[in-house]
Design a protein around this ligand. Structure first.
Ligand code: CA
Length: 246
């Protein structure tokens, strides 16, 4: 029995082989591509459940691979990128990638990200009543109310909208521009200072309402890129160790 199918797109052979072997041992069915064109052929042939994508490819920009996949499918895509390629990461996320990992990355981190994006691909985050839940947090869009452990928390309308966008994208890295556009509108896409203030207020209000320490790591900051709210499983998990690097 094999697990979900992964497509690994990476032109550096040693790195690709190491990833493929590691993930194969973890029970995934693994396909490999060393170029953008090969990636598209593999994608058309196998429709993997998740794509791990290096953006620096010898033939075409990896962004083209994201666009090509997004024409057909919402299949999760995790960018594998070199440290410091902030603009690439942002462009990739805006083109529809779900997350990124900076090389070299720990296998624990890789596993956690893969599991998170696969879980999310399983279905929308809202229940039948449209309520969004994460750990002790519950957002009720009908009453426009947020409750933590069943008790209402007072949020401003912007804080509420920000939390709603994040809870609709649990485990997903959202760029600052995307959050600003979603909550404040197009004209505010560059006002990243706003966002910082609002995210911190949200963290404070939600943590204060929850049992001590239970919402630690709820909203993670990705410096220069954006924010990621935990998903239910990662809230319960211990932080990944950095023991084994790939
Ligand atoms: Ca490369």
């Amino acid at each position: 029995m094999t697990g979900p199918a992964l497509l690994i797109v990476e032109d550096e052979q040693a790195a690709r082989r190491a990833l493929a072997e590691y993930l194969g041992r973890r029970g995934y069915e693994v396909y490999e591509a060393a170029s953008a064109r090969e990636a598209m052929r593999q994608w058309d042939a196998h429709r993997a459940d998740l794509v791990l994508l290096d953006l620096g490819l010898p033939d075409l920009d990896g962004i083209e691979v994201i666009r090509r996949i997004r024409r057909d499918a919402t299949t999760p895509i995790i960018i594998l990128s070199a440290r410091g390629d902030e603009r690439d990461k942002i462009e990739g996320l805006e083109a529809g990638a779900d997350d990124y990992l900076t090389k070299p990355f720990a296998t624990d981190e890789l596993n956690a990200r893969i599991r998170a994006v696969l879980r999310r691909a399983g279905g929308p985050d809202a229940d039948a009543q449209g309520c969004l839940r994460l750990g002790p947090i519950e957002l009720d869009p009908v009453k426009r109310e947020v409750r933590v452990s069943g008790e209402p928390v007072r949020l401003t309308p912007r804080e509420y909208e920000l939390l709603k966008v994040m809870l609709s994208n649990q485990g997903r890295l959202l760029t600052k521009a995307r959050l600003l556009r979603a909550v404040w509108g197009l004209a505010y896409a560059d006002e990243t200072a706003y966002l910082h203030v609002y995210v911190n207020r949200l963290r404070r209000k939600l943590s204060a309402a929850a049992p001590a320490g239970s919402l630690e790591g709820l909203i993670e900051t990705e410096p220069g890129i954006g924010y990621r709210i935990a998903d239910g499983e990662s809230l319960r998990e211990v932080p990944p160790s950095r023991a084994q690097l790939l």
